[in-house]
Design a protein around this ligand. Structure first.
Ligand code: DWN
Ligand code: SAH
Length: 386
């Protein structure tokens, strides 16, 4: 598999980096994770392709996240909030605006600079035990450590947890949200599996990992974003009351069979069936001379296009609103990524919705495309024309 965000120029097609994408399930702790990992320095650097603020829906979502953090800190005098992996400041800008002391830890220079432009204070670094110690020394302990779609990206999970524990004040909270394993399984959203996503968390697996660090989950809440996420609130063991949501979700996970190998074997079968259905549809449409293009050059699409074999013979282009992806080609399959304007001026008959997690926002925006006879193809939770 090539790098999910390794958009490239034709001059770099030869010698394109690739690695083995495999997922493992641990029968003793129930963790689901990649078995081979890519060096984080290859993934997160001065030119990271993903900017969080490309979706209006996500901007609104993070306003809500900021409100939750602020309400937890409401009683505190001059609280400190640390965000791991703040990207372009989609969450932090809310704290900056409200004059809340904060620090974002973000290793990718280009997005870190965007966060600074949004008013946030940034430490340009990978979060780990050392960075945590450095922050405690300069700022003191944190009332809230938060993150979104980043904890599952950090291969040294134990080091990260040691760092968080070091950083957290006695009754501080660690609030983070990540794609939720049960949603990935239920929706056959296998495209969430790629190099950056090292872990696919369940409450069961996370609970066991946290125990070794004297940390515990005190609350969980499901989120709609990114196809189904879980927001975890974690505290030092015994510091805060554990909410009934945790016990209830652990019960549900047991009923779903998240601790059983057969659950994952069945998922693998559904993934193969999904590929068969999608390729039958796409090749059939192509055979009828229909024009197709991709919508959203997502990280997730790299898994789908490479696993299924969807290249320039099937797709004329993939449109994306991110300036840095435009003019480049998709990893591995080398489909041209073009500005959104091309989609408007030269619409296909069928748009393959790679950004399916933003479907409500995109459908609302693409009324004209659909009224003009254009159709979307989605493949999560099942392959269909909508
Ligand atoms: O976990 C991660 C999540 C948070 O973001 C990272 N590892 C990388 C990234 O994953 P992704 O690339 O799959 O995220 P999205 O949010 O599904 O990407 C949407 C893409 O589609 C962006 O490149 C922007 C583009 N887009 C568009 O062209 N038109 C998005 C919208 C909403 C649009 O209207
Ligand atoms: N929180 C944002 C960004 C998610 S993308 C959102 O939900 O939209 C993942 C981000 O984590 C990238 O910006 C990447 O540079 C950053 N990241 C990766 N490893 C990290 C680490 N060890 N410490 C801090 N940030 C990290």
């Amino acid at each position: 598999m090539p790098l999910a965000n390794g958009f490239l120029a034709p001059a770099d097609f030869d010698g394109e980096y690739s690695y083995d994408l495999r997922v493992g399930f641990c029968p003793s702790c129930s963790m689901v994770q990649l078995t081979d990992r890519v060096d984080p320095g290859k993934l997160f650097h001065e030119n990271y392709a993903y900017y969080s603020s490309t979706s209006q829906g996500m901007i609104r979502h993070f306003q809500g996240f900021a409100r939750e953090v602020q309400s937890r800190c409401a009683e505190l005098k001059d609280p400190i909030v640390i965000e791991i992996g703040c990207n372009d400041g989609i969450l932090l800008r809310n704290f900056a605006r409200d004059g809340i002391r904060h620090l974002g830890v973000e290793p990718s220079k280009n997005v870190a600079e965007a966060a600074r432009r949004a008013g946030a204070t940034i430490l340009e670094a990978f979060f780990n035990e050392e960075t945590a110690a450095q922050i405690v020394e300069t700022l003191g302990p944190a009332d809230c450590v938060c993150g979104a779609n980043v904890i599952c990206h950090i291969p040294d999970l134990r080091g990260l947890l040691r760092g968080v524990r070091l950083l957290l004040r006695e009754r501080g909270v660690f609030i983070f949200e990540e794609p939720y394993l049960a949603d990935i399984l239920e929706k056959t959203a296998y495209d969430q599996i790629y190099d950056e996503h090292v872990f696919y968390f369940s409450i069961t697996s996370l609970k066991r990992t946290l125990e070794a660090h004297s940390l515990e989950i005190v609350d969980v809440s499901r989120q709609e974003v990114h196809g189904g996420s879980m927001r975890f609130t974690v505290a030092r063991t015994g510091a805060l009351a554990v909410q009934p949501s945790v016990t209830e979700m652990l019960r549900q996970e047991k009923a779903l069979g998240l601790e059983e190998r057969t659950t994952y074997n069945r998922f693998a079968e559904r993934v193969l069936a999904s590929r068969f259905d999608l390729m039958s549809l796409l090749t059939g449409l192509k055979g009828q001379g229909r024009r197709m293009a991709g919508y959203g050059a997502t990280s997730k699409s790299t898994t789908v296009t490479n696993f299924c074999g969807i290249g320039p013979r099937l797709l004329d282009y993939i449109s994306d609103t991110t300036a840095g992806k435009q003019g480049k080609f998709t990893p591995g399959t080398h489909v041209p990524v073009v500005p959104y304007e091309r989609f408007v001026q030269d619409p296909p008959d069928f748009a393959l919705l790679f950004a399916w997690n933003h479907a409500p926002e995109i459908f609302a925006k693409e009324d004209r495309f659909r009224k003009g006879g254009g159709k979307f193809i989605v493949y999560v939770p099942s392959v269909q024309i909508v």
